[in-house]
Design a protein around this ligand. Sequence first.
Ligand code: ZN
Length: 337
Amino acid sequence: MRSAGIHHITAIAGDPQRNLDFYTETLGLRLVKRTVNFDDPGSYHFYFGDNIGSPGTIITFFPWPGARQGSRGSGQVTTVSFAVPPNAIAFWKERLRANHVIAEEIGGRFGSNTLRFLDPDGMRLELIATHVIPSGVEGSRGNYLKGSAAGSLPASAQGYGVAGDVARDDRIGGFAAPTLEVRKPEETEDLLTAILGFEFVAEENNRWRFRGRGSNASAEIDLVSSDAGFGQIAVGTVHHIAFRAADDEEQLRVREQLVARGLNVTPVIDRQYFHSIYFREPNGILFEIATDEPGFLIDEPADELGESLKLPPIYEPSRDEIEHVLPTIHLHHSAAS
Ligand code: ZN
């Protein structure tokens, strides 16, 4: 396998409306899917990303109102980092300030300026000034579009633009080397390089950078060696990180390799928008391998993504009960530019 990098990252939030407002209104991402946790249909599952939900741009949340707060520690993705264009840091500093978000500027990680801040649930985020390759340019994303009825996309959904009011030159363009904190980095490194097809690219201050196939920022992750105790996965923490498989065949091949290593891997699970396998890597982080196909356009057109509650076929007969127990939420529409 030579993974193209991150497919999505899933985290746990508290209040659903506050989570929705922050990722759409403040960060300018688009809600690309409003659905339920397929393992717990009484709670929401929100997907935020670019205008069409391209793999590598998707951050998802299980909002658990009233649940306990988690804590950062080893065996976790401790920081979710997004790519912004090299000249966009000043814009984001001002935008975050205007939204009462306290951001700290970190100079030059691997030469890239970085803004660090917390989301409303205390999850650590970063915006990293980096070269962003728009979707549709990179080969694998081009294939993704072709496979997802790209021909029918409205002009507003082309490229990597998002639905909020952030101008194209400042927009978040997918992930950029999120931080995985682990006690024994060599064990995670071995899995990343031997099975998932990542390459070591650079080291700086106890931080090792790895890159999958392709040159997009979402192809990269950072491993940081940590003596910290294990983090507690709950509100404000990352639940799992998913890596991209080219197709179902590659996913099955990599599953066999993981099983041969003695890892406890789930069967392939149909997640409606992709097919997934899950396992814990040697340092305890929950990894997922997800296919690009079929994608988020399978059950609603590009210009209606996120507008209404979508349920997988098994839950459609229970739609009334599910809608009754889910908290009411409102999606504000910013003027798209
Ligand atoms: Zn996932």
